[in-house]
Design a protein around this ligand. Structure first.
Ligand SMILES: [Zn+2]
Length: 243
């Protein structure tokens, strides 16, 4: 008889609450698809080991946000529905990326963004500058470095910031004192990360004058610093790979 049962405590737990409407049910089905939140949760568990389990609860009333009192990321179904509607309205399919894929890409970005808040909290990581920008930075780095088409996923997420920025025409004080950078800034920062990670592959951003060649040069440096800084902070909680 042995008592050393293999305890396989997961670092990241994904839970779906019962959908309350047909829209919620559709959102749940989409989020449960092959490249949805299950895959992201598996990736996090295969890659990281945190001091305390982090929970992702899908189907909450409010969110998305990270609640430090119970190390839980609250993620409403309506958030998916709203994002999907936004991409649909913008005819996003014309870009060559389907509305369904773009919506899931944005959900991955959001999950990694909230994961950053969780990891900063649990591991008491130092943050210099806006934590919200740091969280967007981690989302970019995880997608770009660990997913085959991660840079393109990040572009979908950036485009969502661009679409969200169309919500308001006048900038008010509240937009400037908000803890987040402006949606326009989040859009350009994410594209800057993508370009900086692989300038040869994303030359078109300069050709299409999304930003200047001079800014592009800085993006290369900035992305190196960003990815290097996150790697350094995350390395103590990264699992050793078998290779
Ligand atoms: Zn945030």
């Amino acid at each position: 008889m042995t008592f050393c049962a293999q305890v396989n405590a997961e670092s990241f737990n994904l839970e779906y609450l019962a959908p309350q409407s047909s829209a919620d049910k559709q959102a749940q089905q989409a989020l449960q698809s092959a490249n949805g939140l299950g895959a992201i949760s598996d990736f996090i568990n295969q890659t990281f080991e945190f001091d305390q389990p982090i929970n992702l609860v899908v189907g909450t009333e409010d969110g998305p946000y990270y609640d430090s009192s119970d190390a839980t990321i609250a993620f409403p179904y309506w958030f998916y529905t709203e994002v999907k509607q936004r991409f649909t309205k913008a005819n996003y399919g014309q870009t060559g990326v389907s509305v369904a894929d773009a919506s899931l890409d944005a959900m991955v970005h959001t999950t990694f963004h909230e994961l950053a808040h969780a990891v900063i909290d649990i591991h008491q990581l130092p943050v210099v500058g806006k934590e919200e920008d740091a969280a967007d930075g981690l989302a970019s780095v995880l997608m770009i470095e660990f997913f085959e088409n991660g840079a393109d996923m990040a572009i979908s997420a950036a485009d969502l910031f661009d679409l969200e920025s169309e919500n308001r025409k006048v900038l008010e004080d509240a937009d400037f004192w908000d803890e987040h950078s402006l949606n326009e800034q989040r859009y350009f920062s994410t594209l800057c990360h993508v370009y900086g990670s692989n300038p040869d592959a994303y030359q078109d951003m300069i050709k299409q004058q999304i930003f200047t060649a001079e800014r592009g040069e800085l993006c290369i440096e900035e992305y190196q610093v960003l990815a290097g800084s996150w790697y350094e902070l995350l390395s103590p909680m990264m699992k050793q790979t078998d290779e």
